[in-house]
Design a protein around this ligand. Structure first.
Ligand code: ATP
Ligand code: MG
Ligand code: MG
Ligand code: MG
Length: 350
């Protein structure tokens, strides 16, 4: 009989819309394997409420979110259709989805699910935890400092000193980021003390944990990883754009960024990036899939890791599936392999 795949999408993060588009593509990919899989869609509204069956299917088909009611935690209900799911395919981006929260729920249900477990997901989402793990694994990265919201909103006399300390340590330009987000939401590039103060204040509105990084002038390249205990790395893709950095608008406005596949890189550099991508995947104990993003400083030949995304964008034009297509794995075979890796991980001895 067919395996029932619970496709879980939408979610409470700012990447809700992207998740719907990713789910549409994955649904098609699973339906192209109709002899093996039956798709059961589950849509998480922006208010956190789960919707199954027809409503979820309509959201996938329209590609647009449902108008959500006010958040009401007392209304939270688990759809009964969830009981018949054999394997879960969460394609939620950002907090409350990519960060281990949903993975913990699926783990408790004792059902296999696509992608990383609780630790890989949560460490991959938190840029401070992620960078600590990468440092321990010896993976090169930019200099950074961790800051908390409490430090930013503490004594108004202390805050300017903190900014001075950051500037002395990291120099300008530097990048301020909420630790647990994606799609460049809340990220600022700072060139002056005043910009740094404003950026920290803004990032603190998104997250308790904030990271400040030394800015680097480099090409931006990405590598896809697929597998469990023997993960494989894809070819390398490059992103180019005219904006100051790869910000939200550049990511989601058609025509603002270009992908080059494969990136035009010396073989040794491409090979090094692939090795580092697998090391990063293993450093935080990922499984299934991840997209690892790097900076390539052409003048020095240096490769620095920027970050890992454990549930990367998965629309038909997203980097992750495109990198595998370039490597010869079609979209429908990619989603099939991901389901098989989820089953393999679930049945492996703990
Ligand atoms: P994603 O949508 O890939 O999850 P994100 O929100 O996690 O992104 P980052 O990848 O950390 O954000 O940063 C977004 C962009 O900001 C990068 O792609 C790059 O253009 C720029 N950037 C971030 N950090 C630095 C840095 N230290 N030096 C130079 N540019 C940077
Ligand atoms: Mg990210
Ligand atoms: Mg992301
Ligand atoms: Mg990124």
């Amino acid at each position: 009989s067919k395996l029932k795949v619970g496709l879980l999408f939408g979610g409470r993060s700012g990447e809700h819309e992207v998740s719907i588009i990713s789910a549409g593509a994955i649904s098609q990919g699973l339906n192209a394997n109709a002899e093996k899989y039956e798709v059961l869609p589950f849509y998480i509204q922006k208010n956190g409420q789960w919707m199954a069956s027809d409503i979820a299917q309509q959201v996938i088909e329209s590609g647009k979110p449902l108008e959500a009611n006010e958040p009401n935690p007392n209304l939270w209900q688990f759809p009964s259709a969830a009981a018949s799911v054999d394997v879960w395919f969460p394609i939620l981006h950002g907090p409350n989805g990519e960060d281990g929260t949903v993975q913990g729920l699926l783990q408790l249900m004792q059902k296999p699910y696509i992608g990383s477990g609780v630790m890989g997901s949560s460490v991959g989402m938190d840029k401070i935890g992620m960078k600590m793990a990468f440092a321990q694994a010896g993976i090169p990265q930019v200099k950074y400092m961790a800051v908390t919201r409490a430090q930013i909103y503490s004594d108004p006399c202390v805050f300017p000193k903190l900014c001075d300390q950051i500037a002395a340590e990291l120099g300008y330009p530097c990048f301020v980021k909420p630790a647990n987000l994606g799609s460049s939401v809340g990220i600022s590039k700072c060139r002056t003390h005043a910009e740094l103060e404003a950026a920290l204040d803004s990032a603190a509105s998104y997250d308790r944990r904030i990271i400040v990084e030394a800015g680097v002038t480099a090409r931006e390249v990405e590598c896809a990883v697929l597998g469990n205990d023997y993960p494989k790395a894809s070819v390398i893709g490059e992103i180019t754009f005219d904006s100051d950095f790869y910000d939200y608008e550049t990511k989601y406005t058609a025509g603002r960024a270009d992908l080059t596949l494969p990136a035009n890189l010396p073989d040794a550099v491409a090979q090094r990036i692939r090795e580092l991508a697998v090391q990063a995947f293993q450093a935080i104990d990922c499984s299934g899939l991840a997209r690892v993003d790097f900076f390539y400083v052409e003048s020095t030949g240096e490769v620095l890791i920027n970050e890992i995304n454990t549930l990367p964008g998965f629309t038909s034009t997203s980097m992750y599936p495109q990198l595998w297509r370039e490597a010869g794995i079609e979209f429908k075979d990619l989603v099939d392999q991901l389901v098989q890796f989820a089953l393999e991980r679930h049945t492996a001895p703990a």
